[in-house]
Design a binder for this molecule. Structure first.
Ligand code: SF4
Ligand code: SF4
Length: 226
């Protein structure tokens, strides 16, 4: 799936998320915020100028957003997390926010009561999708806006899909050429997601839990966290 597909899930299926900022003393603060709009590469939420949340965003625009959807119980859940920079675009798109989210008119019924509302756009950042409802688990990463390389996903050597954040860094565990094929890591992998068909073995990134067991037990130091 592409960034726009994950953003659509975030708005249409999850909608109410938890957004974290930092306060003036550098401490984390969270609150529930709805994702009002999304497009190909960004998401939008709103807040009122009088709120502490607004002041925190204007002081430090970096946010972390998480939400879950799916059936009952942890093993039926899908989760999406996004980290990025929230830019104040004023009242731009406010009309669209109310058109696409009619319940907002119950909270702010009159046009005049909406003067404090401003829209924030997260158009630069990274996201992660995590699906516990399938076996093995499935995970993927995506980029909001344009990454350092100009695209969201890159194919690394051995054919594995690598993960890159907005700084171009990869995330996850990778087996290097030091692998001798002893299979010790495979016996400790909870998702059995290490491909043993050729040396060096390859971690199937889309199924990896990031538990770190493989790196912990490898006697040859062949597993790296990047
Ligand atoms: S434990 Fe290390 S050397 Fe052995 S198969 Fe796994 S990665 Fe390769
Ligand atoms: S980090 Fe955990 S889940 Fe991922 S390959 Fe290593 S042992 Fe398996």
């Amino acid at each position: 799936m592409e960034t726009k597909d994950y953003l659509r899930i975030l708005r249409e299926e999850i909608h109410s998320t938890v957004i974290a900022t930092v306060d003036g003393e550098g401490h984390p603060v969270t609150r529930a915020i709805d994702i009002m709009l999304t497009d190909e590469n960004s998401l939008y939420f709103i807040t009122a100028k009088g709120k502490a949340f607004y002041a925190q965003l204007m002081e430090n625009p970096y946010v972390a957003i998480s939400g879950m959807c799916g059936g009952e119980g942890t093993m039926n859940k899908k989760a999406i997390s996004v980290r990025g920079k929230a830019v104040n675009i004023g009242s731009g798109k406010l009309k669209e926010v109310f058109e696409q989210n009619p319940y907002m008119a119950e909270i702010y019924p009159q046009e005049e009561s909406r003067i404090a509302l401003e829209v924030f756009q997260v158009a630069e950042g990274t996201g992660e999708f995590f699906d516990l409802s399938v076996k093995p688990i499935f995970r993927d990463t995506f980029v909001l806006g344009v990454s350092a390389e100009g695209e969201a996903g890159q194919m690394g050597k051995n054919g594995e899909k690598t993960r890159r954040n907005a700084s171009g860094q990869q995330g996850g565990y990778f087996i290097t050429d030091r692998c001798r094929g002893c299979r010790i890591c495979c016996s400790k992998c909870p998702q059995k997601c290490i491909d043993m068909s050729a040396k060096p073995f390859v971690i199937q990134q889309e199924h990896c839990l990031h538990c770190g067991n493989c790196m912990e037990v490898c006697p040859f130091g062949a597993v790296e966290r990047r």
